[in-house]
Design a protein around this ligand. Structure first.
Ligand SMILES: Cc1ncc(COP(=O)(O)O)c(C=O)c1O
Length: 399
């Protein structure tokens, strides 16, 4: 396999993107994290621990499923689903959270904090907080607290403190800023479990590595079942953690086409979408250089998506790099198409997908037709849609 295609050029950089642009007060903590991760990532005992919890808590390996009904209904390529929705807590977020919680324990931290949009990362953090006995605080924008109330209630049940954030658009960007502020004030006792492949180095690398289990498992499972690799792999992109985890299993397989799907929102005007890669420009956000939705003065423009997990005005720096090299193609799907795909998957396949994943389904439907019958598409089903059921009902009424 040719893995040279993929190269992290410099520590913390993916081509021109990435790096560490964080306040001085965090330098020591980020350097400690870098040191600890360098030590742990190839350490047999640590890897065994992560594997243990993946198997015995998360329920890995997650299922690779042939979606018979979607294949028939869409009438094109064969459709396969990597079922991260079947993980404990219902999404891919738990993979990264287990890994970082074990790192926090190793570093002797007593307190963990997190930001969350859709609530799945907050929920995963509250879960490991309860299991490993950390004091846990989760920051969540007030708007997201309303649309994802169920996840906030679950976090509280597990003993986490949920802090609402009212600043700005009161969504993921503001929750992330608030978590960074908390970390800067409490860095000695606290580890900040960043929830996506974003933030200052080494976070994008750490999150990618813990999520790469999705792609590695998929590759193995697909090969075992079909004796070949899929022709195309599709995943939704918010900050980009499920997508980078999935892509990483196939990045060296040049024949496998990789597609990331962002939120096209209401339309393409600034403020109405979260299509950072298609419509953003290079800039700096939350400690990293990446593509950002900004106006002509470089001011960050609020992002919008019907799905709380996709409305981030930036994207993981590695995705910005993969877009610039052309290894991954990025598309976007608007709110209405995502909502109709959400319902289609519920009705045709008997699976309620997360609204985030519904964006990937909508894109994959067109791709399946374009590719035709003899090809195989693998979709990362990043999470289940229980959290979105009330919001979809509110938006669409009687369905
Ligand atoms: C189920 C699900 N899928 C996807 C995402 C998007 O995040 P990422 O791009 O980091 O995978 C989220 C974020 O909350 C999520 O909950």
């Amino acid at each position: 396999m040719n893995r040279t295609l993929y190269k992290q050029f410099d520590e913390g950089y993916f081509g021109e993107f990435g790096g560490r642009y964080a306040p001085e007060v965090l330098t020591e903590a980020l350097e400690e994290l870098e040191r600890v991760y360098a030590k742990l990532k190839d350490n047999r005992k640590f890897k065994k621990q992560v594997d243990y919890y993946f198997k015995n808590y998360v329920n890995r390996p997650s299922l690779l499923m042939y979606a018979e009904n979607l294949t028939r209904h869409w009438g094109g390529a064969r459709v396969w689903l990597k079922r991260e929705d079947l993980n404990h807590t219902g999404a891919h977020k738990i993979n990264n959270t287990i890994g970082q919680a074990l790192m926090a324990r190793y570093m002797g931290k007593k307190r963990i904090i997190a930001e969350t949009g859709a609530g799945q990362h907050g929920l995963a953090t509250a879960t490991v907080g309860a299991m490993f006995g950390f004091e846990t605080v989760v920051y969540m924008g007030d708007v997201d607290l309303k649309r994802q109330e169920l996840n906030a209630v679950k976090m509280k049940m597990m003993g986490a403190t949920v802090r609402g954030v009212s600043a700005g658009e009161a969504t993921l960007k503001e929750a992330t800023s608030e978590a960074m502020r908390d970390w800067a004030l409490n860095v000695k006792t606290t580890h900040y479990i960043v929830g996506s492949a974003i933030g200052p180095h080494p976070f994008p690398t750490i999150v990618r590595d813990f999520q790469s289990i999705i792609g590695k498992e998929s590759r193995k499972q697909f090969k075992k079942s079909e004796g070949k690799l899929p022709d195309a792999v599709v995943a939704c992109v918010g900050g980009g953690s499920n997508a980078i985890g999935m892509f990483y299993g196939f990045i060296g397989d040049k024949k496998v086409k990789l597609y990331g799907v962002e939120a096209g929102g209401r339309d393409k005007t600034p403020g109405n979408h979260s299509a950072t890669i298609s419509l953003g420009k290079p800039g700096f956000l939350h400690g990293t250089k990446t593509l950002i939705i900004q106006d002509e003065n470089g001011q960050i423009v609020p992002a919008h998506s019907v799905s709380a997990g996709l409305d981030y005005p930036g994207v993981g720096p590695e995705h910005a790099h993969l877009a610039s090299t052309g290894r991954v193609s990025y598309a976007n799907v608007d709110d209405d198409d995502a909502l109709s795909s959400f319902l289609e998957v519920c009705k045709i396949e008997g699976i309620i997908p997360a609204l985030e994943t519904a964006h990937a389904f909508s894109f994959a439907k067109k791709l399946a037709k374009d590719l035709g019958k003899k090809k195989d598409i693998l979709i990362c089903l990043s999470g289940r849609g229980d959290k979105d059921a009330a919001e979809v009902y509110r938006l669409l009424g009687d369905i």
